[in-house]
Design a protein around this ligand. Structure first.
Ligand SMILES: Cc1cc2nc3c(=O)[nH]c(=O)nc-3n(C[C@H](O)[C@H](O)[C@H](O)COP(=O)(O)OP(=O)(O)OC[C@H]3O[C@@H](n4cnc5c(N)ncnc54)[C@H](O)[C@@H]3O)c2cc1C
Length: 316
């Protein structure tokens, strides 16, 4: 099977979620990856470690901004050029907007939020996560060409491959595709960005006030994590709104979500329940969050967090 994987990069590096997508593609067939915009050939060659045989690179600076229409055009052109049976991307806010257009251009069926390899014993069936991770749907894809967007953290990253060859790929991108332009961007502060983070440490109203956030930041620093919070915390301006996690905030899907002094209301869980492991720290053993937790600590955050942080630092 011929597979084209679209790679997203950030700060010149292949995103972890794209390495997951390459690993997924490599389990299906021969992977050619596609990268758009300015990124070094050395970095792109590392896609080989995850199973890509070749990386096509459109080094057009106009593509640095992550624009929907030219991205869709370039991905569809590369899929046609390589005769891809399946196009794979990581699910992301950019990919969500792009994959629909790609599937239209290719006459392909599309399934997003895919969580496992297809069952090809009877056709081509994929499992997708629905209702913010509370249920799964099995979807049968009957078209010759298929587009799959893979949910973050659903796939183990393959790291035993070699180096991929990197080739320039030329695609004609008409000016009309650049009708929308990003004129400036404002990045959230912090070393680790919440939507992409592999580990998130979040605090709720149980932290009592913004002056106590140091214990959350210390733990996040030790774990290399992003910080998040519950909605009331951001509503009260204890923390900035871009940290608010949940149904009406950022939806996260990290490997580890640590919830401190958060009750576990359904609207908060809606944004975190596809995390791989959830650790809850709450002084109330009846807090609903414990039902969703893989591990729980019943205790006062102001006692537990400094001790946990010290123990983690000692273990590093
Ligand atoms: C339409 C709608 C949308 C919403 N969207 C969201 C959303 O996106 N995200 C979101 O988070 N909420 C959302 N909410 C709000 C949600 O229903 C809850 O009110 C909110 O999540 C509660 O926040 P909390 O757990 O921080 O506070 P609380 O409910 O006050 O819970 C605080 C917790 O901290 C514990 N605690 C207290 N002191 C300590 C301590 N010293 N050590 C350890 N634990 C302690 C308590 O036992 C308690 O469990 C939404 C609500 C509505 C109606």
């Amino acid at each position: 099977m011929s597979v084209l994987v679209f790679i997203e990069t950030e700060d010149g590096k292949i995103k972890k979620s794209s390495r997951e997508a390459i690993s997924y593609g490599a389990a299906l067939g021969d992977v050619t990856a596609l990268a758009l915009g300015t990124v070094s050939a050395d970095e792109l060659a590392t896609a080989g470690q995850n199973g890509a045989l070749k990386v096509l690179h459109v080094a057009d600076e106009r593509l640095n901004a992550g624009l929907i229409q030219p991205y869709a055009e370039a991905i569809a052109a590369a899929a046609n050029e390589t005769g891809a049976d399946v196009v794979v991307t990581a699910k992301s806010s950019l990919a969500d907007a792009v994959v629909g257009r790609v599937s239209m251009k290719l006459g392909a069926s599309l399934v997003s939020n895919v969580v496992s390899l297809p069952d090809t014993s009877n056709g081509f069936q994929v499992k997708r996560s629905i209702y913010t991770g509370k249920a799964f749907a099995n979807v049968s894809m009957t078209t010759d060409k298929k587009v799959l967007a893979i949910k973050k953290n659903a796939v183990e990253i393959k790291e035993d491959g070699g180096s991929a060859s990197v080739e320039a790929f030329s695609v004609s991108l008409d000016d009309s595709l650049f009708g929308a332009k990003i004129t400036s961007t404002e990045k959230a502060e912090g070393d680790v960005l919440l939507p992409e983070a592999d580990i998130v440490v979040s605090g709720g109203r149980g932290l009592k006030g913004p002056e106590n956030w140091g214990i959350i930041e210390d733990l996040a620093g030790t774990l290399g994590a992003a910080t998040g919070c519950s909605k009331p915390v951001s509503d009260m301006d204890w923390r900035p709104h871009h940290e608010h996690v949940g149904q009406t905030g950022v939806k996260v899907s990290p490997t580890l979500y640590v919830a401190v002094g958060i009750s576990g209301a359904i609207q908060h869980l809606a944004g975190v329940n596809s995390s791989k492991y959830i650790v809850v720290i709450n002084k109330d053993e009846e807090a609903p969050f414990f039902k969703a937790a893989d591990y729980g600590i019943v205790g006062d955050a102001f006692d537990v967090l400094p001790k946990l942080n010290e123990a983690l630092k000692a273990a590093q």
